[in-house]
Design a protein around this ligand. Structure first.
Ligand SMILES: [Zn+2]
Ligand SMILES: [Zn+2]
Length: 388
């Protein structure tokens, strides 16, 4: 085992940075305060700094003393549009916005890793791009940075990312080779009927009854049409229609999300939903309008990179701290980096009895002691990936 030494004062600073970011969360592509802070910190460390990549993205480039490959370490910066329900000193100061996915910790950990790596440039063979990405939570900050030429501009050959999760015990690492996180697409489905008096249903086309049939009908896709061994989710997250007791509304709007684990299955979902919506509506004299929003692809770890990262983490922390996990149905736009270069995404546990709410819960919080492991993991991966 070769532990990576992180000075106690750097761990304390990392926790302080995380708490400051937590108190001042910012939404997708509006991470101005966060990005400004990141850029200032990188410059303070004497690291070449590039701002405004893919919107509010920041890239620090740390050139080792010796020649070698260029790799990237990624941290996402955005918070979620929800209200925090924590009673802590560093509670969100921005109403309706909170870091409920740990991206505050990601930024702090990567800055901590930058400090450690800065001290070790003499032994680094290659270059490390420290990528601070905007808008992971649905906004597509990763593709925005790629569109801005991230890979070409910095010559990036491999990509690594760490995500804090409270569902694993603090300090545990989880990853798997191949597909690890699902593809996500979403849709708006409008059931257009004809409004009227609640007492005279025969003179209207009731979209509420049609919407109710669709709630059940769309569940048939997963239960009856998809191979049971192929992980797929169809979830309706919102149904909106109607205003009062005795009025049949003209339309009902449904919103849903779809998760799939293969591009083959993914490609069939829009057509299946459209078919069921069209025919269910037609049977009732209503009309369906489906708006499909293609989103993030499957996050797939390159098998060789997953093996490499597993080995590096086991050497750094001990094999008992690294677990091969089952795939999860959450999604990540790190997937776009993994489509471009060999890449590996890793979960870092930060849960304990006091921090047991899942990511995206209003009371999500983390065991901050896990952040020291996050710093060490970034450093160990960067040193090994550039040096080999
Ligand atoms: Zn999230
Ligand atoms: Zn996240």
């Amino acid at each position: 085992m070769t532990a990576i030494a992180v000075p106690p004062e750097l761990i304390a600073e990392t926790i302080a940075i995380r708490r400051d970011l937590h108190a001042h969360p910012e939404l997708a592509f509006a991470e101005v305060r966060t990005a400004t802070f990141v850029a200032a910190k990188l410059r303070e460390l004497g690291i070449e700094t590039h701002e405004g990549i893919g919107g509010t993205g920041v890239v620090g480039v740390l050139a080792g003393a010796l020649p070698g490959p260029t790799i990237m370490l990624r941290a996402d910066m955005d918070a979620l549009p929800m209200t925090e329900e924590n009673d802590v000193a560093y509670v969100s100061q921005n109403p309706g916005v909170t870091h409920a996915c740990g991206h505050d910790a990601h930024v702090a950990m990567l800055l901590g890793a930058a400090s450690v790596l800065r001290e070790r440039v003499a032994e680094i063979r290659g270059r490390i791009a420290l990528v601070f990405q905007p808008a992971e939570e649905g906004g597509g900050g990763a593709p925005a940075m790629l569109k801005d030429g991230l890979i070409e501009r910095f010559g990036i050959e491999r990509a690594y990312g760490i995500h804090i999760v409270s569902m694993y015990p603090s300090g545990m690492f989880g990853l798997r080779p191949g597909p690890m996180m699902a593809a996500v697409d979403s849709f708006d489905l409008v059931v257009e009927g004809r409004g009227g008096h609640g007492a005279m249903p025969h003179r209207s086309v009731d979209p509420i009854v049609v919407a109710a049939e669709l709630v059940g009908g769309l569940q048939r896709i997963v239960s009856r049409e998809i191979d049971p061994l192929e992980p797929t989710v169809v979830t309706l997250g919102a149904i909106n229609g109607g205003t009062t007791y005795n009025v049949i509304p003209p339309r009902v709007v449904l919103k849903g999300t779809v998760r799939t684990f293969s591009e083959e299955t993914r490609a069939t979902l829009e057509g299946r939903i459209r078919r069921i919506a069209d025919h269910t509506c037609a049977a009732a004299n209503a009309t369906a309008h489906l708006d499909w929003h293609a989103s993030y692809p499957v996050t797939a770890n390159d098998p060789a990179e997953a093996e490499f990262v597993t080995r590096v983490l086991a050497e750094t922390f001990g094999a008992e701290r690294v677990v091969e996990i089952a795939p999860v149905m959450g999604s990540e736009d790190f997937s776009y980096f993994a489509q471009r270069v060999p890449a590996c995404f890793v979960f870092l546990g930060a849960g304990d009895d006091a921090h047991a709410f899942p990511n995206h819960h209003p009371a999500f919080d983390i065991d901050e002691s896990a952040m020291a492991a996050g710093i060490s993991a970034h450093v160990a991966i960067a040193l090994a990936a550039t040096g080999r």
